[in-house]
Design a protein around this ligand. Structure first.
Ligand code: AMP
Ligand code: ZN
Ligand code: MN
Length: 892
């Protein structure tokens, strides 16, 4: 009986399988190869670099949490509105719907309908900024986007085409993914009309990837609708209005590829180039229709207004992630309905098959999220049906079932793709399916935690990415609504997970993206090697006619002036060593970040000429050695603090002149009896924060204690909510304040924070340290940038101080650039003390101490030759040196 039922179901797929019988042998061979590699359980992503893995900020990740829309720091909107997740430009768009701005004539002056030979490929931030400036001056511009969806869970924008009446721009949104906010203002400017064709998806994609919101749109497809054109496709308009033929097949190309083929460039430009012309032509028709159709002059623009209204309605749409009761459940229901019903009269066989479909769909959904692939790239619907019906019992059979089914149904997602089913996810994780079929993973609810642990747990098989790292955070809530998991196990798992996640993300975000050392050479005019350096430094000399290029690859220059001394003469051959792009501690070459041996809270206060030999005191370290070095440095800072009697943190602040809004610092030492006046800025801040966040939920005793801390700052008087808000800002540097302002309104418990990474970071502060060349040439924009670099600088917020601000019992001015929460004031006082008591030698000795701390902590085995603890710090080529302070202006 059971066998017969089973046979009946199998028949539904048997016909497909039969077609491919001839391929069995071939697949067997392929399979055997794959099997051995998959048994090592190493995920394919370890050896495949997908373009989206270069994105640092991802607004829509693959977790089950809802998409967060842009929040504008708009003083006029109430806090209630701010907490909602609505359309940030709803008001502006509504205004447009009520009082449409209708653009008559998108084209002015001369316009050639033909595609010119040239277009602008936009791939750098600078080019993007230039584009934004050009667009800001336009009355309107045309837009289209191309997406990639096969190798991505939610899809991403791979290209944006923008055409003005003069030029076609192709914006490489893969290279510029993290910088696209530059275009936000022109897209949301109600005075600039954006012309699209069929914008329904484009507006959502722009929100999803870049938080770009379109305000004021003319959609030529909507115009076709209003005009009741026989067709609404762009191809139709191109042909009838412009006489241009297109090949829409190119729409399905892989838009990630670079460079784009000639045909793809042509196709992409065509999609946007003619839109302004088409829009002009359709608005004319709409006006014409109005004059013919209406007797009343009030109705003159009726049709045009209707087209505009429908276009702007599109802009009100909001991107949302799809949600389901249980991962994969929608797909499972659909598959069961389409493929299994009609066979199963509740027999155990069909119930089994259904259950397996649900498991496979849940697994597929999770695997797609973990690997950032589309579900169809993980496993096709047909393959799921075949597996559920056949229930193959060996990994070999599983592999063959998938291969045959996909081959027979031509479900290959991309015909041009050389990769064939089964796709890499299956090949790397075949064992999971085996376990699901063999009922080792018996319950649906078990699949998710087991798979997550296996893939992303401490010794997980798959890499962590910005797309999958917050999966677990939401996953916990997801599960709790279905079953009651063992709380402890989950907590543990979560901790392990976040530790691994934060380490990997740290590596990703802060490690250097390109080799740091270019190993270019500089020769003296007698042909002796002076140093190795990066390209920027060579260019500096070349551009000023101070050197000539003597070799191309790798480049080398010869100085045209007589440098002061030679490295050998100075008994220092550090500068004539090539430097390797590896961790100087352990030799790790896959990732490294810059480490400053002398903490910036001191270094920024050094006299300029003592700062200039940075290349010696900035070394490359891997994350692990970095952690060791950093911890040792923090410990040593404490020692220094005790030794010099200069505390690491500002001890007390007190709001003395509340009326003028200034606060003063109270130093224990300097003002004898102030022991009980004022409060530590760190304590003040955390107390105020806790009260604002959880004030009404905490036990009253705790609340009173915290209130007492804040009151100490305000001299004991009663305080208001506003005082609490104000206390949050005390001691912050302007940079930190801006960061806080931006964060306000953004949900505090952001999932990114769980992993210890601030995803909503400043656009300009992307965690990249200034390049080595910037350091060598003293062209850092500010010391803030210097500090933000290594990502471990919390508590090391050294910034510049001007001299009046920091001598003994100083007054802290509201506009000070110095953070009172970090080690800035400490660093400044130490360096001042050293210079006062021991002069520059004091600073040099101090540097040697730090080099020793570094060596003792890390035991570096790969320091470049010539590096030593007692390095003198002198190094320049004399009059024309880039280090010469008088030359500094010209490098900026
Ligand atoms: P278009 O609006 O024609 O420029 O299409 C924009 C993007 O939508 C393309 O890059 C494709 O990723 C996607 N797309 C549109 N239509 C299809 C389709 N029929 N099949 C697959 N992808 C499509
Ligand atoms: Zn994997
Ligand atoms: Mn297109």
């Amino acid at each position: 009986m059971e066998v017969r039922e089973k046979a009946k179901i199998v028949i539904t797929v048997a016909s497909l399988v039969a077609v491919t019988v001839l391929f069995v042998a071939e697949y067997r061979r392929r399979h055997r190869k794959k099997q051995t590699s998959s048994s090592l359980s190493s995920c394919y992503l370890h050896s495949e670099l997908k373009s989206q893995f270069g994105f640092k900020r991802v607004l829509a990740d693959n977790s089950y949490s809802e998409f967060k829309h842009l929040k504008l720091d708009d003083a006029s909107s109430s806090s209630l509105e701010k907490s909602s997740n609505g359309h940030p430009y709803e008001t502006e768009i509504t205004v447009l719907l009520e009082n449409p701005k209708i653009e008559f004539g998108f084209l002015r002056g001369e316009y050639s309908l033909e595609l010119s030979d040239s277009y602008v490929w936009v791939e750098t931030e600078l080019q993007l900024k230039e584009l934004a400036e050009i667009l800001a001056k336009e009355k309107g511009f045309a837009v289209d986007t191309e997406q990639h969806s096969l190798r991505s869970f939610l899809g991403f924008t791979a290209l944006i085409q923008i055409s003005t009446h003069e030029k076609d721009f192709l914006v490489d949104t893969i290279a510029l993914h993290d910088a696209m906010s530059i275009l936000r203002p022109v897209f949301s400017d109600p005075n600039i009309c954006k012309v699209f064709h069929g914008a329904d998806n484009d507006v959502l994609w722009l929100q999803r990837d870049f938080h770009i919101y379109v305000v004021n749109m003319f959609d030529t497809a909507k115009a076709c609708e209003v005009l009741s054109k026989p067709q609404r496709s762009l191809a139709y308009l191109l042909e009838t209005v412009c006489g241009v033929a297109t090949n829409k097949l190119l729409q399905r190309e892989d838009w990630r590829q670079r460079p784009l083929s000639k045909e793809m460039v042509q196709y992409a430009r065509t999609d946007a180039h003619y839109l302004l012309y088409i829009a002009d032509s359709l608005t004319a028709e709409l006006k014409q229709l109005a004059t013919e159709d209406s007797s009343s002059p009030n109705d003159r623009f009726h049709f045009l207004l209707e087209a505009s209204r429908r276009s702007n309605m599109t802009c009100l749409q909001l991107y949302m992630k799809e949600t389901e009761d249980f991962p994969g459940s929608a797909a499972a229901s659909s598959i069961i309905y389409r493929h299994l019903n009609g066979h199963g009269d509740n027999s155990t066989v069909s119930l089994n098959a259904e259950e397996l479909v649900r498991k496979l769909c849940a697994w597929r959904d999770l695997m797609a999220r973990i690997h950032d692939e589309s579900t169809r790239y993980v496993l096709s619907d047909q393959a799921i049906v075949a597996l559920a019906c056949k229930q193959p019992t060996t990994t070999e059979e599983i592999y063959d079932t998938i291969a045959h089914t996909d081959l027979a149904t031509e479900s290959s997602p991309s015909s041009s793709s050389s990769v064939q089913s089964p796709y890499p996810v299956i090949c790397s994780h075949l064992g999971d399916i085996y376990e699901m079929i063999l009922e080792k993973l018996a319950k649906l609810d078990d699949i998710l935690p087991v798979v997550l642990t296996k893939c992303l747990g401490t010794n997980g098989t798959c890499p962590i990415s910005v797309f999958n790292y917050s999966l677990l955070v939401n996953f916990k809530t997801k599960l709790s609504s279905h079953s009651a998991p063992k709380q402890n196990g989950h907590k543990n798992f979560k901790q392990q997970f976040t530790r691994k996640a934060s380490r990997e993300l740290f590596v990703k975000k802060f490690s250097c993206k390109a080799p740091v050392y270019h190993n270019c050479r500089i020769y003296a005019n007698d042909g002796r090697l002076l140093c190795y350096c990066d390209k920027r430094k060579l260019e500096w000399y070349l551009n000023r006619g101070l050197a000539k290029l003597v070799e191309e690859n790798p480049p080398a220059i010869m100085l045209l002036f007589e440098p002061k001394g030679r490295p050998e003469d100075e008994g220092n051959d550090f500068y004539i060593q090539t430097k390797r792009n590896i961790c100087v501690g352990c030799g790790e070459g896959k990732h490294y970040l810059r480490y400053r041996i002398i903490p910036s809270c001191y270094r920024v206060h050094f006299p300029e000429h003592l700062k200039s030999h940075r290349s010696h005191d900035i070394v490359l370290l891997c994350v692990d050695c970095h952690e060791v070095a950093h911890a040792a440095a923090e410990r040593y800072k404490k020692k220094i603090a005790t030794e010099f009697g200069i505390p690491l943190f500002v001890r007390r602040v007190l709001d003395s002149k509340e009326a003028q809004g200034t606060s003063s610092l109270v130093e224990d030492e300097s003002t004898g009896n102030s022991e009980d006046a004022g409060v530590s800025p760190l304590h003040l801040r955390s107390a105020a924060m806790a009260l604002l966040r959880h004030g009404n939920r905490m036990p009253s005793s705790r609340r009173e204690e915290l209130l007492q801390t804040v009151k100490m700052y305000y001299g004991g008087r009663d305080i208001s909510e506003e005082d609490l808000e104000k206390a949050l800002l005390i001691g912050l540097s302007p940079h930190e304040r801006r960061k806080l302002e931006r964060k306000k309104g953004v949900s505090v418990k952001h999932s990114a924070e769980v992993a210890g990474i601030d995803k909503q970071e400043d656009e300009n502060n992307d965690g990249e340290a200034p390049t080595d060349s910037e350091k060598i040439m003293n062209v850092e924009r500010s010391t803030v940038a210097d500090d933000s670099g290594d990502g471990t600088s919390e508590g090391d917020g050294a910034t510049e101080l001007n001299d009046t601000q920091c001598n003994g019992n100083m007054l802290h001015q509201q506009n000070s650039k110095l953070s009172l929460l970090g080690h800035g004031p400490h660093g400044k006082q130490i360096v001042e003390y050293l210079l006062r008591e021991h002069g520059e030698d004091g600073v040099r000795d101090f540097c040697q101490r730090w080099r020793k701390v570094f060596v003792d902590a890390v035991h570096p085995r790969h320091l470049p030759g010539g590096w030593n603890v007692s390095h003198s710090g002198r190094r320049d080529f004399g009059e024309f040196s880039v280090y010469n302070p008088t030359k500094r202006l010209s490098t900026e």
